[in-house]
Design a protein around this ligand. Structure first.
Ligand code: SF4
Ligand code: SF4
Length: 491
């Protein structure tokens, strides 16, 4: 939901000066003027979010175990002998679910990328930033791994704050030292895992076990990735989501009033104000008081430091910590849970459930069309990719038998897991074709180059250039057709 929308949609008027009763109207303050992690001068405000507890946090913990297993186990999983996922930009080899893709599959990549972007658009329009809160590696690692370790070593928010303010002594050195040592070690593992996804586990194993002097580039990347991850998780933290990640900024264009987001039910919560044991709830309601007791628990647990009661904001990563915090407060004051919950603006204001809007239908139509295009491309993807170019700088030659010859360079990519034997036939015009160096045997998932000599009798040639057609066959079946130009003498 765009910031402007949520502000406009909020029915509550601004506080008049001095209006600070026990049940009060909202002072919207200056939360739109600067981000929660910086003061008005732009200086970083270090956050100490309180440790979340609750059913959503528990579910996220279980999911984290699964995701960590996939994330760290991924480089070791092979399908048909190929990595589950490998993005080897250096050698331009890519493996997705064990299928090797080559740069020649650029159309597949382009469609796949469009499909990915459309998928994000549809998913976000319907479910907001569900991805960020539950599965994004940054949130999972920061909130469910590094933050938990920090709580275990330094204690909850108040203890962390006290430790940071305390003078340096043995206890502080021990705690800070242990934390940063563990953070650095974890960053090293994460950096190496990323490297394994790029170059493959087999290549990474060689870098680790071989003479370091032979792999200076690989070792440099290992160190660089470690430093970057350490910097992100030890210092940069939530700012990766609020400053760097473009996804949060897309929100304003992708979300609308029907998108399900983590939202505060202002109809139920306002007017907010401290609760008093002496005052019965019915009396509070008669005074216009809502269910929000202004305890700030939802703010204190927020890892990006925002107040969700101000409406959906770009900084919200939908981590659900505020839902858990508020639910525990509602339990204590014996009010129904869900003052903060997954809901759409229309859901809160009109009681609507998820509505399939024309925008979502439009997105889905494009998504389906792209999906069909991608599946068709994958189904008709040829096993062997051929590039056939005239040898650079070579002119035509006259053979002893009076034919005209042209030399070509053939590059073949075998995309399959099997060895392939390939045969070339000159189909138009009549002539002779020979592969220099013998038969064409292509190793699995590899590239092979060969020189090809084409000889054609002058009677079959045009003056100057003649179009020719060559059939590419494997196991008796045509797998590709090459069309190129043959150069001969001008008449
Ligand atoms: S935790 Fe719930 S009751 Fe407390 S301030 Fe937040 S919304 Fe209000
Ligand atoms: S507002 Fe709530 S859901 Fe959003 S980041 Fe903060 S705690 Fe998480």
């Amino acid at each position: 939901m765009p910031q402007e929308k949520s502000a406009g949609a909020n029915p509550l008027p601004k506080t008049s000066p001095g209006d600070r009763g026990p049940v009060r109207q909202v002072d919207w303050g200056d939360f739109r003027d600067h981000i929660a992690t910086a003061d008005k001068e732009g200086r970083r405000q270090w956050l100490y979010p309180t440790r979340p507890r609750g059913r959503y946090y528990q579910r996220r913990t279980w999911l984290t175990w699964v995701l960590l297993a996939v994330m760290f186990g991924g480089p070791f999983i092979k399908i048909n002998g190929n990595p589950l996922l490998m993005i080897n930009v250096v050698e331009r080899r890519f493996s997705v679910l064990g299928v090797i893709f080559w740069p020649q599959d650029n159309l597949v990549f382009a469609l796949g990328f469009l499909l990915f972007l459309m998928g994000i658009a549809v998913f976000t329009a319907a479910f907001g930033r569900l991805w960020c809160g539950w599965t994004c590696p940054q949130t999972v690692l920061m909130e469910m791994v590094f933050r938990k370790l920090e709580y275990a070593i330094e204690g909850d928010a108040a203890a962390q704050k006290a430790l940071n303010r305390a003078p340096w002594g043995a206890s502080k050195i021990m705690k800070k030292g242990a934390k940063h040592l563990i953070f650095f070690g974890l960053s090293f593992i994460i950096g190496n895992t990323l490297l394994a996804y790029i170059i493959g586990w087999d290549a990474l194993k060689v870098i680790i076990t071989d003479d370091p002097r032979l792999h200076l580039a690989g070792l440099s990347f290992m160190f660089l990735f470690t430093l970057i991850f350490y910097g992100i998780f030890a210092r940069f933290r939530e700012q990766a989501c609020t400053f760097i990640c473009p996804y949060g900024r897309f929100q304003s264009t992708l979300l609308d009033e029907n998108s399900i987001v983590v939202a505060y039910d202002h109809r139920r919560g306002e007017k907010r104000g401290r609760a008093s044991r002496q005052e019965p709830w019915s009396q509070r309601q008669n005074r216009g008081g809502g269910d929000c007791i202004d305890c700030f628990r939802c703010v204190s647990v927020c890892p990006t430091g925002i107040d969700i009661r101000n409406g959906t904001q770009m900084e919200c990563v939908a981590c659900t910590a505020c839902i858990d915090a508020c639910d525990s407060v509602m339990d204590k004051i014996k009010r129904p849970r869900g003052l903060i919950r997954y809901a759409s603006l229309n859901g809160i204001e009109k009681g609507e459930v998820l509505r399939i809007t024309p925008r979502i239908i439009g997105y889905c139509t494009i998504l389906v069309l792209l999906g069909v295009g991608l599946v068709t491309l994958l189904a008709t993807r040829s096993d062997v990719d051929a590039s056939f170019l005239r040898a650079p700088g070579a002119l035509f030659q006259q053979t002893a038998e009076g034919r005209v010859s042209n030399l070509y360079l053939l590059k073949l990519t075998n995309k399959t897991h099997h060895k392939k034997e390939v045969e070339l036939k000159l189909e138009i015009p009549e002539g002779r074709l020979s592969v220099l160096g013998g038969e064409l045997e292509l190793p699995p998932e590899n590239q092979t180059s060969a020189s090809v000599l084409v000889e054609i009798a002058p009677a079959n040639l045009n003056s100057g250039t003649t179009p020719i057609r060559i059939g590419l066959y494997s196991e008796g079946k045509r797998i590709d057709t090459i069309k190129t130009i043959f150069i001969g003498p001008r008449r």
